[in-house]
Design a protein around this ligand. Sequence first.
Ligand code: ZN
Length: 268
Amino acid sequence: MFTSTVLFTFTFGLIWGSFLNVCIYRIPRGIFWGSSRSFCPHCKKEIPFYLNIPLLSYIFLLGKSACCKKKISPEYPLVEILTAVLLVLLIFRLRLQGISIFQLHYISSKEWLRLLHGFLFISIMVVTSVIDFHFMIIPDKISIPGIFMTPLVILLHPELSWKSGLLGILLGGGFIFALAWFYHFLRKKEGIGMGDAKLLALMGGWLGYEALFPILFYSSLSGSLIGIILLSAQKKLSMKAAIPFGPFLALGALIQLLSPVSFWSFFL
Ligand SMILES: [Zn+2]
């Protein structure tokens, strides 16, 4: 269970998650290519490297910044843990957990490609869903390059076919676009964002059109559950209150990517 590969992946996941935190903070603010140093979001003071260790610094500082003693958002360690857990699940999904990190040459090139694909896809899902959660936008800077990368993903991925990936973009984007148009037609206002359409197009491209129905199933199920819980917990919250749908789409796509049981075999 806790092989060297799993421990290594978890530790690497925490470090990678801390890089994803930087992306989440910087991409929507348009400062991604600015100074490479980390700074305190409260007093803008630079954070020394020894206070910027993923997860551990947060625990040792008891959740308060060393410079100005302000609260560090628990979101930072949570994103790090989430990334680490998702990467470990990917290792299990690809059945690589049993291979020691000293035996990496046993991993075939096909498995490396699947690993790279899953790793990039998970990273995109974490960054877009946390940004959408905060800002109610899915940045074009992520979704559009992601869609344009699909041909490369199809070329490199051992299983994804051209038909599957290209139909995935068209059907994924087209479905939400049609849904948004229909909603606009009925209610005369915007309900579903075009950001969601581009995100589902990316998912369809990277995972194939066959993944779209399971993704929509998982995401609408989890979205409705959370919606009902939020509504019953907070009676005053009006039905019109907007809940970003991107994180639910990402959850659905991650279940589809990482579940060892395929959607159809589960239901049929
Ligand atoms: Zn500070």
